[in-house]
Design a protein around this ligand. Structure first.
Ligand SMILES: Nc1ncnc2c1ncn2[C@@H]1O[C@H](COP(=O)(O)OP(=O)(O)OP(=O)(O)O)[C@@H](O)[C@H]1O
Ligand SMILES: [Mg+2]
Length: 468
């Protein structure tokens, strides 16, 4: 901890034994800490507000109350404002110390105070706090970097896709989204809508493969009352329903040719004519079409209209398959572990090295959806803290795994929120190591970025990594 941190972090000392209090003040000031000493619970409560200390060191037996009351008050504070706590107890009152730890204190010391031990505890608790804060700030930051309208991705291809969506969203013409099954076409369509100035308007999605062909026309354009059997009441079509917003035509490749012609006309005229009605109705809708098919090929085959195709692909977005987003695979896998863990009420930490190697070695023809299903199933099967190969479907075990350097170790590799473990305070070395590893994981092993985030030089990082 450097001098600046010590100055920024006032410590509140609550101790009614004047000689002990003086000793602690001397000792900590000599180490460069700023601190404020009080000798009663009432004063301590006041100081807590005024001083906003980073650490409270409190005796348990106080003239006007009990230190636990202070601990309880502190624990009610917002996490960002909550100081760390060290309690000092009379020798032998282990039960009280345990109670204090359970209530949220970070460490306890017994009287008579061993000064070396005391200093070490203060440094460790404050360092611990700093790391926790940096980590949560880093999480915020990385969350922003990795997420765009519910889409996770930090790979170059995905960042490019996010940029493309922003540009396309600002324009007006139709959008054609192409991508293999499960790559996130619907998410992209929603993002285009959400980024556009139509975002306050409706977003509707229709699966063109899911509507019986005889109902298609009325579904899209609506119908007048009594226009055909079963149409007692007039009904608005999807184009009218989506007025002022966006309409996703999913699986556009399955749309019959006749309807393609009608839709193209509607797009060009900006108006629709409901079935059985003479009058045209003006519509203002942005069409977003999506397909996993090669529409150009369909044009060549004659099953898709060329003019419609060219109208739709005014703005074309191609979503890369998951196998081309190597950098995102772990990020997504980890996110799904968390999501399905919460959904299934489980606290699973991630994948062990072998399981991760299998995930990395598999091509995921079903893309993100398949990965999500694989993880959901693994979470359900996993009875321990870490997902292992036996929790994965056999198709992953059968595919040839890629070589990774740490295959032989079964050490967990995805660290998730595990800097602080159990009731034991980790040593600074352990903490540093885990933190560095975690940052490295977050930036996919990019040492230059990791060093920048850690605020150290690249050489220092290499030195740390070389340490046993
Ligand atoms: N980048 C991503 N980040 C997080 N979740 C994603 C991402 N891409 C896709 N998903 C999730 O994967 C699943 C499939 O996405 P989506 O339905 O958008 O794919 P699709 O391309 O429309 O698939 P299909 O061709 O089968 O209709 C959804 O549950 C979606 O939330
Ligand atoms: Mg879809």
């Amino acid at each position: 901890m450097n001098q600046r941190d010590k100055k920024l972090a006032p410590i509140l000392l609550v101790e009614d034994d004047q000689s002990l209090s003086a000793l602690i003040v001397d000792e900590l000031e000599a180490e460069g800490f700023t601190l404020q000493a009080t000798d009663s619970l009432a004063q301590a409560r006041q100081q807590l507000e005024q001083l906003q200390p980073s650490l409270v060191i409190t005796d348990l037996r106080l003239p006007d109350g009990h230190g636990m009351q202070l601990v309880e008050q502190i624990m009610k504070l917002d996490e960002s404002k909550r100081p760390s706590i060290i309690v000092i107890t009379a020798f032998g009152s282990v039960r009280q110390a345990v109670e204090a730890l359970q209530a949220g204190a970070d460490d306890f010391l017994t009287k008579p105070l061993d000064l070396d031990h005391f200093l070490l505890s203060v440094t460790k608790v404050l360092e611990h706090r700093r790391v926790r804060h940096e980590l949560s700030a880093f999480r915020q930051l990385s969350k922003k970097e990795h997420s765009f309208h519910g889409m996770t991705g930090s790979s170059r291809v995905m960042r490019h896709l996010f940029d493309q969506i922003r540009v396309v969203a600002r324009a007006q013409g139709p959008v054609l989204i192409n991508g293999e099954s499960g790559t996130g076409k619907e998410l992209v369509a929603r993002a285009v809508h959400a980024e556009s100035d139509r975002k306050e308007g409706p977003f509707l999605a229709v699966n063109c493969a899911g509507i019986p062909s005889e109902l298609l026309e009325s579904e899209f354009f609506g119908h007048a009352a009594g226009s055909f059997t079963g149409a007692q009441k007039a009904r608005k079509g999807l184009l009218q329903e989506a007025e002022g917003g966006s309409l996703l035509l999913d699986e556009i490749g399955e749309m019959p040719l006749a309807l393609q012609a009608k839709l193209l006309r509607a797009l060009q005229d900006g108006s629709v004519r409901p079935v059985g009605q003479d009058k045209e109705v003006h519509v203002d809708v942005r069409i977003i079409a999506a397909t996993h098919r090669d529409l150009k090929q369909k044009v060549v085959e004659g099953s898709f209209r060329e003019d419609f195709y060219y109208r739709l692909e005014t703005f074309a977005i191609q979503i890369p398959p998951l196998r081309d987003r190597e950098d995102d695979l772990e990020l997504l896998a980890q996110q799904f572990v968390r999501q399905h863990g919460v959904a299934q009420g489980r606290d699973i930490q991630g994948f062990n090295a072998e399981a991760l190697a299998l995930i990395r070695g598999y091509a995921f023809p079903g893309n993100v959806r398949e990965l999500q299903n694989v993880v959901e199933r693994a979470v359900a099967f996993c009875e321990s803290d870490w997902i292992e190969p036996r929790h994965l479907p056999t198709r992953l075990l059968d595919s040839t795994p890629v070589q990774t350097s740490n295959l032989e170790s079964s050490e967990p590799t995805i660290q998730e929120n595990r800097l602080l473990e159990g009731n034991r305070l980790p040593t600074l070395d352990e903490l540093q190591k885990r933190y560095v590893q975690m940052v490295l994981d977050e930036v996919q092993g990019n040492k230059r970025r990791a060093a920048a985030l850690l605020g150290i030089g690249r050489r220092t990082l290499y030195r740390w990594l070389d340490q046993p």
